[in-house]
Design a protein around this ligand. Structure first.
Ligand code: DSN
Length: 424
């Protein structure tokens, strides 16, 4: 394939080492099946904004109230990003400066809790996120955490169990949202559970934000004190975070993001966020999200036809979890599968499954998501092939020659769905 147009000749000449690595990553993205549920391909316009001269500008503060001169144009960009995201999620106020979802969550927690206060969140090993109270994360170190998991039989969220836990613990904050949960989350019920016990309800909708924006997953906005998200998953923007809330709540998180947690905002990233939010307001984006759901359902059905066991026997969103303990004699780990699929040009991540017996570095499952392959235009017919390749790759039990052959077929398909190499 040709060199990425985005990589100017200057970089190649000045720094061939960095250029070569980016070039190889570009080929990997173009020629492989990207099935990591939290990844996507940002548009050329988003990449262009992110690669712009706005990276040069210091703009500590907020539009109209900066600690530096020369902010009139970055003010325009940040104001646009705020207006667009508020329109997209029908919310009164937004902070678009968090460098990541973690920092968005940190600001929200610090706005609502003091160190030592009690937090209830979904356990990481059941599909939650590090920042929802994992002992390895600031959230687990700073707050007194009680975690909820999945119902041991249904492997779905158990709202009665969560209600009991919240009644017992009386936390300051109940946080909802997941990194590996294939079903709809009932934010209304969770909001009521929090309210009944006098807790604030916080939703981290990072994985499903694009589906929420398109009206294909119930919105948390009316039920949550604060809603956070990343901008690069189903939302398909640059890597970063956002916080959404009412007008009366924005002041507290604004001063926690800056000066509380961060210094200068990344204005080039905020410009790219504005571009992505503009894209998310178009009818094409809604069609894209509908196809994400259709593709996920189709891939899940094909995998189950081929004999794979999926956690909860299917999906209602963009991702699915394969439980490998039900494949063959159960000896294949998530780590094995991730490694073999990688050799076949198919990128997934190993993932814990409910009642996991292996360590998080090995696991008994893999997480599969379709947002990225849907962005490149693949539909139900391609999902059938993807399922077959996943099946064949795992059947090889690591046979390098067989995996190489699958890789060639994967590459052929990917070349019919070009990304950045597609002529404009
Ligand atoms: N690491 C992200 C994911 O893969 O879901 C969550 O932050």
């Amino acid at each position: 394939m040709n060199s990425p147009k985005l990589l100017e000749k200057r970089l190649a000449a000045q720094d061939p080492s960095v250029f070569a690595s980016i070039q190889k990553e570009w080929t990997r993205e173009e020629e492989g099946l990207e099935l990591i549920a939290s990844e996507n391909y940002a548009s050329r316009a988003v990449l262009e904004a992110q690669g712009s001269i706005l990276t040069n500008k210091y703009a500590e503060g907020y539009p109209g109230k900066r600690y530096y001169g020369g902010c009139e144009f970055v003010d325009e960009v940040e104001t646009l990003a705020i207006q667009r995201i508020c329109q997209l999620f029908k919310v009164e106020a937004a902070n678009v400066q968090p460098h990541s979802g973690s920092q968005a969550n940190m600001a929200v927690y610090l706005a609502l809790m003091a160190a030592g206060d009690s937090l209830v969140g979904m356990s990481l090993s059941h599909g939650g996120h590090l920042t929802h109270g994992s002992p390895a994360n600031f959230s687990g170190k700073l707050f007194k955490v009680s975690s909820y998991g999945l119902n041991p039989e249904t492997h779905r969220l158990d709202y009665d169990q969560i209600r009991d836990l919240v009644r017992r613990e009386k936390p300051k904050v109940l946080v909802a949202g997941a990194s590996a949960y294939p079903r709809i989350i009932d934010f209304e019920t969770l909001g009521q559970i929090a309210k009944e016990s006098g807790a604030h309800f916080v939703v981290d909708m990072a994985h499903i934000a694009g589906l929420v924006a398109a009206g294909l997953h119930p919105t948390p906005i009316p039920h949550a004190t604060y809603t956070t998200s990343t901008t690069h998953k189903t939302l398909r923007g640059p890597r970063g975070g956002i916080i959404l809330c009412s007008q009366e709540r924005i002041k507290a998180v604004n001063s926690l993001i800056f000066p509380g947690i961060q210094g200068g905002p990344l204005m080039h990233v905020i410009a790219a966020k504005a571009v992505a939010f503009g894209e998310a307001l178009t009818p094409e984006f809604v069609e894209y999200q509908k196809q994400v759901i259709a593709n996920a359902r189709s891939l899940a059905a094909e995998l189950m036809n081929l004999g794979f066991k999926l956690v909860t026997d299917g999906t209602e969103n963009h991702l699915m979890l394969v439980d490998l303990t039900a494949t063959g004699d159960g000896s294949i780990s998530g780590k094995d599968a991730e490694n073999w699929l990688d050799q076949a040009g198919i990128t997934v991540n190993k993932n814990t499954i409910p009642n996991e017996k292996r360590s998080p570095f090995v696991t008994s499952g893999i997480r599969i998501g379709v947002p990225a392959i849907t962005t490149r235009g693949m539909r139900e017919a391609e999902m059938k092939k993807v399922a077959q390749w996943i099946h064949q790759s795992i059947e090889t039990r690591g046979d390098a020659e067989k995996l190489k052959k699958i890789r060639r077929e994967v590459c052929d398909l990917c070349q019919s769905f070009p990304l950045y190499s597609k002529p404009e």
